[in-house]
Design a protein around this ligand. Sequence first.
Ligand code: ADP
Length: 280
Amino acid sequence: MSECNHDCSSCKSKCASAENAAENPFYVAPNPLSNVKHVIGVVSGKGGVGKSLVTSMLAVAMQRAGYHAAILDADITGPSIPRAFGLHDVEIVGNEDGMFPVNSKTGISIMSLNLLVDEESKPVVWRGPVIAGTVKQFWSEVIWNDVDFMFVDMPPGTGDVPLTVFQSLPLDGIVIVGSPQELVSMIVEKAVNMAKMMNIPILGLVENMSYFVCPDCGKKISVYGESGVEKLAEAHALPILEKLPIDPKLAHMCDTGTIELMQEEYMQEAVRVLEALSEK
Ligand code: ADP
């Protein structure tokens, strides 16, 4: 058989690419030189709830557990991912086969639109379909070499870009992130239902900004009221992967590009759930 170019329209072979394309017309083939074992989407109902922080922490936790983790940053609303890993002024290189992701200090492979724009503070004023196209290119044109777990930092909500990612990338499942209030809101319920309608497994829930520990007396204070995660978990029979506190140390690590130095053993339940995917 001649070399596969993943363009099924010009080929009659019944290979895995052809099967995927027949099953799902939105399927986008990966770069032929890529090898990605598991793809996990990280989603939230709205922005600013810590989705990028959780994506970064999941990648750090899996890398520490001995896997090769990667982040495909599909959330162009801000440079959160490059910033959390201290990636500034890095040059993206490539060759005729594709582009190479950037490697963080501990070897997490990262590709982000924010690495391709010259000024971090300039907004990317692109319409949904253009952004969606870029995200597909990050899958089809970037050479993701021997990645065990890729985390896709999805734009918030259930709009164009999340829909494109859901349809065109071979997601093994998604992790839903929200604040205590947000996890009981309609918008998260919609994200849950969208994943269900598209037969994408929900691997679990992360409640961010769940509580604050008083530095003087050690008391846990539920700043945003009672936790919403239990209700959502119960309603949809979903596991709770983590409840993260509001912690100035976390904000500081994100701001200073040192998330890989995270001391606390966060995300251990998520590591177990993801490892179980590997064993299937
Ligand atoms: P999103 O990706 O949902 O828009 P981010 O992960 O970029 O949100 O987080 C928004 C801001 O809130 C960032 O500055 C981040 O450092 C901060 N932040 C998020 N979660 C926490 C937390 N648990 N404790 C302290 N700061 C947090």
